[in-house]
Design a protein around this ligand. Structure first.
Ligand code: HPA
Length: 274
């Protein structure tokens, strides 16, 4: 897609949603691997299969349902993606990030993104949550600048993509509820394989705390629109290169479920106060 086609596609998708869900939604959520259950906490007005939304690709991955939930969470109108599009599924960046272009047109100003990751920082355990403070993009794909969309200064520098006020809200929530959250750096790999020992060692050495295969394309698009982002990474496996254990899609989903109540508490507070 060229930028003009992408704009048209996003407008069509947004118009389709707006025809059915009239509430103005300032808040968007992307429910990552295993966080799909958080969708159950939404007071749902409408769910729409991705296959029914004009121009949307379909999600095929374990732990990802593939539907847009429109409703309210803790009294706040939200659009939530239950399931996302990964580059490793073969989607071009434009298709994988179309939902963010659509959300912007629906009025989204705050985006909460969750994902599953392998924890390389020795302080991090399976089931912990890390607030993404920064990322290292090793996907080697760029997100396009849009015609007619101002690429305002901040968007070209990625230093403040992740919103500090939202991170503070998340930390306050964790303290209040008696659980710990980390802050750290998310490295994004194209996947779909989990990393080799040598890759985990390399990623740790270049400054990453966790590694996953998503989120960065969506966040880069959100940043272009100056959407405030809270990135929540659930550590689903400890990636210690010196004592490797096998990881599977199912293990990742199981570990993510342990974090689900804490994740929900953070998302609710971020929506209420963010
Ligand atoms: N590597 C990449 N992606 C992941 C991992 C991992 O170890 N765990 C969950 N998603």
């Amino acid at each position: 897609m060229n930028p003009q086609q992408l704009c048209t596609a996003a407008n069509q998708s947004a118009n389709f949603i707006r025809e059915q869900f009239a509430s103005r939604t300032r808040h968007g959520i992307i429910l990552g691997t295993g966080a799909g259950k958080l969708g159950d906490a939404i007071d749902t007005e409408l769910t729409i299969d991705y296959g029914d939304i004009p121009n949307f690709p379909r999600s095929t991955v374990i732990g990802h349902k593939g539907q847009l939930i429109c409703g309210t969470l803790a009294g706040t109108p939200v659009v939530a993606m239950q399931g996302r599009f990964h580059l490793y599924e073969g989607y071009p960046v434009d298709s994988a990030t179309l939902p963010i272009h659509m959300m912007q047109r629906l009025g989204v100003e705050v985006l909460v993104v969750s994902n599953a990751s392998g924890g390389m920082n020795p302080k991090m355990n399976s089931g912990d949550i890390m607030l993404i403070e920064s990322h290292i993009n090793l996907m080697f794909r760029s997100t396009p600048n849009m015609y007619n969309e101002p690429s305002r200064g901040r968007a070209s520098h990625r230093s403040d993509v992740y919103d500090h006020a939202l991170m503070k809200i998340a930390e306050r929530c964790a303290r209040k509820n008696g659980f710990a959250v980390h802050r750290g750096v998310y490295a994004a790999m194209l996947g779909p394989n989990y990393e080799t020992r040598a890759e985990y060692r390399f990623l740790r050495q270049i400054g990453a705390d966790v590694v996953g295969m998503s989120t960065v394309p969506e966040v880069c698009v959100a940043a272009k629109y100056e959407i405030r982002v809270l990135g929540l990474s659930v550590i689903t496996n400890v990636a210690n290169p010196d004592s490797m254990e096998a990881t599977s899609g199912q293990k990742v989903v199981d570990a993510a479920e342990i974090a689900a109540p804490n994740l929900k508490a953070i998302v609710v507070d971020a929506l209420k106060n963010g």
